[in-house]
Design a protein around this ligand. Structure first.
Ligand code: AMP
Ligand code: GLY
Length: 424
């Protein structure tokens, strides 16, 4: 089969790695891909948002199967464009990707179908939102409705801060049109767990659990980032939590989407908080998490192409999803200064140490080839270094050892990815 991946980050590199080892894959394309994906696929410089060019390219190359991986193109209907052109596609249509693209939609869905989540109110009017804040207690959780590169959530400790937040989101439009509506939510406490699930619209198969570390600094300090590292499985995702979510979250959400005429095919990412009152949904995403994908996919036993095709074909009930009985830790190597400002264009040394290894990996997030063909840094998050181990503690030691194999000027990482697991 000829397969094409739309996207160009660490998540897409992890997907490309799994697709490339499938016996079903004869030729792999990526748009736009990156310097790491280029080792596995032919990369073509087309924007993930340019549906017309993407479809034309897929037709020209007679691509059999397309995987649309990032949130923005899914929300914009890029999967629809491929499907409407008669090309088999993995990834939800726009009308289902809304579960991520609109927080107000997903909150209303959860309320209507009794899916456990935080209490909330939605506002389209800043004055009404400000008046509502007066009736609530700190801390305040404010969420811009639309996609905001993962930065649209403000947790405010004082009323003053929360009022400023409403002004920033709704009046100053800090997140653009994503802030036309705001969700104000009950503050919850507890451990966070990410559970990514394959779905064909009827059947849903949860993958192994993972946990992200979103803050830039050690000890969960500093600004929120796209994710500084992950581990899988989460020891806090116990059999009891899993049973609760199977009964109250996963199937119920897919059935709710179907009942609303929004068949969800692809990956449903359930961001859960394990509160003292039980698991609650923090958010849904319509795609693999990044860097969650970088620890979950290397543990997948199945041929990923089989599973993804079953999602597209509606035959997921015939798949027995299996993961290795091991653990994985991913440490993100970033550019010092991320997520605020940082320099890029530095040569990355040591990548050859990862070639042909099957127990540790380097997935590229922000890299490119310079004019001389050398791989250089090209983003805030540069590379995800993932290692496997029999246990989380072992995987963590292996991952940190592997980070030493890579060097570039400006290299920055957290030193406590997965540290909580030592207590777990
Ligand atoms: P979200 O994009 O909705 O996952 O929110 C980003 C982060 O904000 C989450 O990973 C949580 O750490 C935090 N968060 C979101 N909603 C709440 C809430 N209701 N209570 C406490 N923390 C929250
Ligand atoms: N790692 C969080 C996300 O992908 O949304």
């Amino acid at each position: 089969m000829k397969i094409m991946i739309v996207g160009g980050g660490g998540r897409e590199h992890a997907i490309a790695w799994a697709v490339a080892k499938s016996p079903k894959c004869d030729k792999l394309y990526a748009a736009p891909g990156n310097a790491g994906i280029a080792q596995l696929a032919e990369c073509v410089d087309i924007s993930v948002m340019d549906a017309e060019k993407l479809v034309a390219f897929a037709k020209e190359k007679e691509v059999d199967f397309v995987i649309v991986a990032p949130d923005d193109p899914l929300a914009a209907g890029v999967a629809d464009a491929f499907l409407d052109a008669g090309i088999k596609t993995f990834g939800p249509r726009k009308n289902a990707a809304i579960i991520e693209a609109s927080k107000a939609f997903s909150k209303d869905l959860m309320k209507k179908y009794d899916i456990p989540s935080a209490a909330y109110e939605t506002f389209e009017d800043a004055d009404a939102a400000l008046a509502y804040l007066e009736t609530q207690e700190a801390p305040y959780v404010l969420k811009a409705d639309g996609l905001a590169l993962g930065k649209g959530v403000l947790i405010c400790q004082t009323l003053e801060e929360a009022k400023d937040g409403i002004k920033e989101i709704m009046i100053d439009k800090k997140f653009g049109n994503a802030g036309n509506k705001v969700v104000i939510e009950e503050f919850m406490t507890g451990r966070e767990v990410s559970v990514l699930c394959f779905s064909d619209g009827k059947t849903i198969l949860p993958m192994t659990s993972a946990q992200d570390h979103k803050r830039a600094g050690d000890g969960d300090t500093g600004l929120n980032t796209g994710g500084m590292g992950t581990f899988s499985p989460s020891p806090f995702y116990t059999d009891e939590v899993q049973k609760f979510c199977e009964e109250n979250v996963y199937q119920r959400t897919i059935d709710a989407m179907a009942a609303e005429g929004r068949e969800f095919k692809g990956v449903l990412f359930c961001g859960l908080m394990l509160t003292p009152k039980g698991p609650r949904v923090l958010e849904f995403n319509a795609r693999f998490g990044d860097p969650e994908a970088q620890v979950v996919i290397p543990r997948l036993k199945n041929d990923i192409v089989d599973v993804m095709e079953a999602c597209a074909d509606g035959t997921l009930d015939q798949i027995n999803l299996e993961f290795e009985d091991n653990a994985a830790v991913c440490v993100m190597l970033a550019s010092d200064g991320y997520p605020v400002s940082y320099k890029k264009g530095f040569e990355i040394k040591g990548l050859e140490n990862f070639e042909g290894k099957d127990d540790y990996f380097v997935f590229h997030s922000g890299t490119k080839f310079d004019a001389d063909g050398k791989v250089v840094t090209n983003g805030g998050r540069v590379l995800g270094v993932t290692a496997l181990g029999d246990t989380l503690v072992e995987a963590r030691a292996n991952a940190y050892k592997a980070t030493e194999l890579i060097d570039f000027e400006n290299k920055y990482m957290r030193h406590d990815i997965g540290k909580a697991i030592d207590e777990g």
